[in-house]
Design a protein around this ligand. Sequence first.
Ligand code: SF4
Ligand code: SF4
Length: 293
Amino acid sequence: MIVAVASGKGGTGKTTVAASLATIWDRPVVAVDLDVEEPNLDLFLQPVIAGTAVAHMMVPVVAEAKCTYCGACSELCQFKAISVFNQVIITFPEMCHGCGGCMAICPEKAISAGQRELGEISWGRAGEIGFLAGRLRIGEAMSPPLMRLVKARLGHMLAAESGDAIIDAPPGVSCPAVNAVLDSDVILLVTEPTPFGVYDFQLAWEAFTPLGKPMGAVVNRAGLGNDAIYRFCREKGLPILAEIPYDRAIAEAYARGRIIATVSPGLKATFVSLRDQVRDLAKPGQSREAARA
Ligand code: SF4
Ligand code: SF4
């Protein structure tokens, strides 16, 4: 089972929820940081890193001696990453999505595969928890290609350990956020009951609902703000699976990089219950919330 922990905006406590959930998971699990622009799951889990690899993506390299400047590659590329002007051909590697279409279409076989560095992938263990993370190279704009490589490695890790995965997804509703939740079995949306939190939560709900995956909400800093998030969830039939109170002890633990599920027996029980409900959600139509209704 793959659980994606997502949020409409940054700063809601998404990473701390992902770390806590991984900590109380009672089956083999890999905690995955797919927030590759700003990875920080390692700050909570403190993994021992076993290996790293530089991640690359394919970009076209043109052998101009073979090129007839027919323009077929330029016409094909939807991202304007290769252009032909009269007798000049130019590539823009930073705009290339690595689809390989230009290579396939070139009648002269003038295009070969080069490489662009995307960032780094690291893996290891935090005690019983497997750990995997991507970190985008500074200055690199495209995170989905790196995320795809991290997910490919995750596939190998899960096959080797036959375990589950908990993904810390990027915040927001843009392409990287959707990409991060695409392969998940359950999406957990973490929010806080503030006006900004509610607004961005609604956007996330709208973005992820068409994917047709089971979703549940976690309300962090419960007790702050107003009840708009509860009304929205009721209206949309979205179960609230856990509430984490607005509490100084939790804020201090968070600031020190502690796992909040370990702060008190009550919080541990909250995350154990969250874990069980997530598993129920993964079986369509069998959530405990639904069963109680
Ligand atoms: S398709 Fe090949 S031959 Fe035509 S312009 Fe592009 S690189 Fe040159
Ligand atoms: S690989 Fe795809 S995205 Fe990149 S230049 Fe070629 S056609 Fe464009």
